[in-house]
Design a protein around this ligand. Structure first.
Ligand code: ADP
Ligand code: MG
Length: 317
């Protein structure tokens, strides 16, 4: 199997057909055309073995996660994903690995109606880079920097399950059902594009939580030149955390890989926002508000206010 038959067998048939794709896999470049009233979003994420996944993971899951971390970045901008390129570095052309990876890629892309429009395939240490293309109606883009003093700070879901899975990876005392649940959270994140149209209407800023709530909130606040005040009692912790760790809050604040959204909503839009969430059967959690003082604070259960615990995943540390 050479590079070309590999592309034909495992990548040409994968993903959805999209009207934006004038030309996909097979030429020197893909060609895209998006409607005039639309802006193009582009984002890249690389996944490395033993950093973002274990080498012994099912290739199906590696492909799924590679797609979803990229989709999450488009969701955080208020956009809709429609096409990806895949740059794949493989140690060897193992058929069963490629078959499973290709299947996972196909299922993941079709789940979000995304086309695979090209890529590159080379030999070397296993690494997967996806570049994702999304679209957003003009004027609907959501930035990290858009929040104003007083805006409510919200998260789209419970936090900490993926970090718990990493924390308990080699702990054999974990209940089997619990292990299945948390490993599923780590391996099969569900990016929140389901909230895109709601957030386009109500969010003043957004970021996806890939490196932990504390670190991603710090990024959002830096961009907005503001600070934030959170309330411990309102942080939606994954309930399983308290069964396995002494300090669930720390793990949820500093643990990454949840791929929920962190966003802000102006107070004057809050009631309408809650009503629309309700109507659509969605649950989001208000955890605090943006402040003029550029610091991150938390009111704890005992009423004491402290600087927000720092930390989160860093490369090159
Ligand atoms: P070139 O030599 O012009 O860079 P390649 O031989 O690398 O082209 O790729 C041939 C075609 O297959 C191109 O359209 C490229 O985008 C596509 N392609 C290569 N690798 C992948 C991959 N892993 N997934 C999807 N498409 C790929
Ligand atoms: Mg090439």
């Amino acid at each position: 199997m050479n590079e070309f038959s590999l592309i034909n067998d495992y990548f040409l048939p994968v993903g959805s057909n999209r009207e934006e794709v004038i030309l996909g896999i097979g030429d020197d470049a893909a060609c895209l055309r998006i409607p005039e009233n639309t802006d193009l979003l582009v984002s890249t994420d690389t996944l490395l073995s033993n950093v973002h996944f274990h080498k012994n993971w099912n290739p199906f899951d590696i492909a799924w996660k590679s797609v979803m971390v990229n989709v999450s970045d488009i969701a955080a901008m208020g956009g809709t994903p429609f096409a990806v390129t895949l740059s794949l570095t493989l140690e060897n052309a193992d058929k069963s690995w490629l078959e499973s990876f290709s299947k996972g890629l196909n299922v993941a892309l079709k789940a979000y109606n995304i086309a695979l429009i090209g890529g590159d395939t080379v030999c070397g240490p296993l690494s997967i880079t996806l570049t994702i293309h999304g679209r957003v109606p003009k004027g609907k883009l959501i930035l990290r920097s858009g929040g104003k003093e007083g805006d409510g700070v919200w998260t789209s879901g419970r936090l900490g399950a993926a970090a718990l899975a990493v924390f308990l990876w080699e702990n054999d005392k974990v209940d089997l059902g619990d292990r299945a649940f948390i490993e599923d959270k780590l391996k099969h994140p569900v990016p929140r594009v389901d909230l895109t149209s709601i957030l386009q209407k109500f969010a003043s800023s957004a970021i996806d939580i890939s490196d932990g709530l504390s670190q991603d909130l710090a990024h959002l606040c830096q961009s907005a030149h503001l600070g934030a005040h959170l309330f411990e009692k309102d942080i939606p912790l994954e309930p399983l955390l308290s069964r396995y760790v002494k300090d669930p809050l720390s793990l949820a604040l500093t643990g990454g890989d949840d791929y929920e959204l962190l966003f802000t909503v102006p107070i004057e839009k809050e009631n309408d926002f809650k009503e629309v969430l309700n109507k659509n059967g969605k649950t989001c959690y208000k955890i605090g508000f943006l402040t003029k003082e550029k610091e991150l604070l938390m009111t704890h259960q005992d009423g004491i206010i402290k600087p927000l615990l720092k930390g989160g995943y860093l490369h090159f540390k």
